[in-house]
Design a protein around this ligand. Structure first.
Ligand SMILES: Cc1cc2nc3c(=O)[nH]c(=O)nc-3n(C[C@H](O)[C@H](O)[C@H](O)COP(=O)(O)O)c2cc1C
Length: 170
């Protein structure tokens, strides 16, 4: 699957088969995250890979009881170890982590798996479940697994709604 196909086929999957992800596949997916660009090449992302049934159940509770979180064979908890702020005023933690997490989503799609970003969670609860220190920011969670639902075909946003050329024309 090439990059365009992976982008087209990625969708938010909320129903997973009860089958583990092969170690080689998961390693390739995680390697794609570690290959992501990062500001100043700081690479301050940290990923907690959760496969334990009891811990996934606790994560589900910490994430608003979204039941597919416990069902997915793998939940990645994306964290950042950086409070660096760029000259533009933006902190890098959310940006760097988001790039790496989308690498995960696209690579998983290319591997025939499906994913879902999870932003609806209580960071303090996730921190407590996983023993993550206060100094580390819990940025996003992502489920990965073999989908049991139908891939959703999404309506694409017309380019003219989101793109302009040379000057601001919205
Ligand atoms: C930052 C972020 C947080 C999200 N949080 C959740 C979530 O907590 N639960 C959920 O079911 N979907 C979540 N989603 C998935 C979005 O609802 C989904 O990406 C959007 O509806 C577009 O659908 P698609 O991913 O299938 O293209 C999140 C997506 C993003 C990018």
């Amino acid at each position: 699957m090439d990059i365009y196909e992976a982008i087209r086929h990625r969708y938010s999957c909320r129903a997973y088969a009860n089958t583990p992800i092969e170690k080689e596949k998961l390693d390739r997916i995680l390697t794609s995250a570690a290959a992501a660009p990062s500001a100043k090449n700081l690479r301050d992302w940290r990923f907690v890979v959760v496969t334990d049934t009891k811990i996934k159940e606790q994560l589900k509770v910490a994430a608003n009881n979204q039941s597919f979180i416990a069902q997915a064979p793998v939940v990645i908890v994306g964290c950042s170890n950086s409070d660096y702020v760029m000259r533009c005023g933006h902190g890098i933690s959310l940006i760097d982590l988001s790039i790496a997490m989308e690498h995960i989503a696209l690579t998983a799609t290319a591997e025939g798996l499906a994913t879902c970003w999870i932003g609806s969670f209580y960071p303090e609860k996730v921190r407590a479940v996983l023993g993550i220190p206060e100094t580390i920011e819990v940025v996003e969670l992502m489920t990965i697994g073999t989908p049991t639902d139908e891939e959703k075909h999404k309506a694409l946003e017309p380019l003219e709604n989101v793109v302009c050329y040379d000057k601001w024309k919205f």
